[in-house]
Design a protein around this ligand. Structure first.
Ligand SMILES: *Cc1c(COP(=O)(O)O)cnc(C)c1O
Length: 414
């Protein structure tokens, strides 16, 4: 009955009375064992009411009759047709992300970057113009500059603090405006409603990368955004052991554009990874709260240190756009950046990072481990932080130990 799926779970509740194990039936008079391998009569008791979502794996989905066969992607309207468009496991993850982000519908992608490229490929065509903040996630910029431009899309960048002044950057052919709030690495919080108003008044859609807020601390659709994406890799996964993304849309029309493109691109998400993400989601409230508190304690501690010129944490007044965080967000998460004082050389900043013991050097975030990364902000369009910027992610280790780790690494470069 659960052919091709994995049922996991320790707790079983309310096992039905009619589900006593039956003796295995055999039909070997009519079937060769090689046929039995594939067309088995073996049975299992019914009524396994586990707390966990089964992992439904499957490419082929069976139809009751030939005339019922269809290759439509919109499983909600036509029922299941093919594993590429979702299995009950991936669709449950999609439905839960959609519920949390308060959207119309969600599509799960194999990673956050796949969610980004899906949005661009679904909503843009040759001759269109897309506007992105200078603070956009690096691989989104790379994809736009290389692939989108190769397909004849105009790409330009605006200062993340533009707000209503973004009107000056809009062109007659602008079809999509990206927001990322706070921005990658430099953490500028954007005036999203002002950008939405300007974009909509010129007929452009607004997409927002909602990864930092976990889709929880920023209600993007209430601010007027049309489509959001998240790297579920980060907080939803929560354990640095999977890659998944989500695209959530405001309405059916945008959903149809994305669904058709998703079908054509064929980038299916793994039901196994979706199952891990569903598990991660159940503990996300306590994990998010814990990393939020640790990050705030460490950010405030760092803001009192003479070695640090600037703490770029959205909940601190020193962060550009802090007033918009105050207005639009209901919390903060575990990722922020610091800028060392000008007297520190690039070598000293790197020595600080190398001296850290609990903060491991690596990309991504949202898991249980504290992480650190250095960045070279040499673009004339980005703030002049040079090579003095370090990004920190606080995990679930003790905040006393994390602070002591940072303290000893600061001492090491004095
Ligand atoms: C990590 C990240 C992504 C990409 O997610 P992957 O799952 O790693 O592809 C996109 N946007 C932001 C802001 C991210 O931090």
């Amino acid at each position: 009955m659960y052919s091709g799926s994995v049922i996991r779970g320790a707790t079983i509740s309310g096992m039905a009375n009619d589900s006593k194990p039956k003796a295995q039936t055999k039909d070997q008079q009519t079937k060769d064992w090689k046929t039995s391998l594939i067309h088995s009569d073996a049975t299992v008791p019914a009524g396994f009411h586990s707390l966990s979502t089964p992992v439904y794996r499957g490419s082929t989905v069976l139809f009751s009759q030939a005339s019922a066969a269809s290759d439509r992607w919109n499983q909600y309207e036509v029922g299941y047709t093919y594993g590429l468009y979702g299995t009950p496991t991936t669709l449950e993850l999609a439905a839960k992300v959609c519920e949390l982000e308060k959207g119309f519908r969600t599509i799960i992608t194999p990673g956050g970057q796949a969610a980004i490229s899906l949005i661009a490929l679904a909503l843009l065509k040759s001759g269109d113009h897309v506007l992105m903040p200078e603070s956009i996630y690096g691989p989104n910029r790379m994809f736009s500059n290389s692939v989108l431009r190769r397909f004849g899309v105009e790409v330009s960048y605006y200062p993340p603090d533009a707000g209503a002044a973004i009107t000056a950057e809009l062109r007659p052919n602008t079809r999509l405006v990206w927001c990322e709030s706070p921005g990658s690495i430099t953490m500028e919080v954007q005036d999203v409603p002002a950008i939405v108003q300007a974009a909509h008044s010129r007929g452009a859609l607004v997409a927002l990368d909602n990864t930092w807020s976990a889709g929880i601390y920023l209600d993007a659709f209430a601010l007027g955004v049309d489509v959001t994406m998240q790297a579920l890799t980060k907080y939803v996964g929560g354990h640095s052991d999977l890659l998944l993304g989500s695209v959530t849309v405001r309405d059916e029309q945008i959903y149809n554009r994305l669904g058709e493109t998703h079908q054509g691109l064929g980038c299916a998400a793994s039901p196994d990874d979706s199952s891990l993400a569903l598990r991660g989601m159940k503990t996300m409230a306590v994990r998010l709260k814990a990393v939020e508190q640790s990050a705030l304690v460490l950010a405030q501690w760092l803001s009192r240190r003479p070695e640090i010129e600037l703490v770029l944490h959205p909940a601190l007044p020193s962060c550009p756009g802090h007033e918009f965080w105050n207005r639009d967000f209901t919390g903060s998460s575990g990722l922020f950046s610091i800028v060392f004082d000008k007297r520190f050389s690039k070598e000293q900043v790197i020595a600080f990072v190398d001296a850290l013991r609990l903060f491991k050097i690596g990309y991504s975030w949202g898991g249980v481990n504290s992480l650190v990364m250095t960045y070279d902000m040499q673009s004339p369009k980005r703030p002049a932080y040079g090579s003095r910027l370090v990004r920190l992610y606080t995990g679930l280790e003790s905040i006393e130990d994390l602070t002591a780790d940072v303290e000893q690494a600061l001492a090491a470069i004095r």
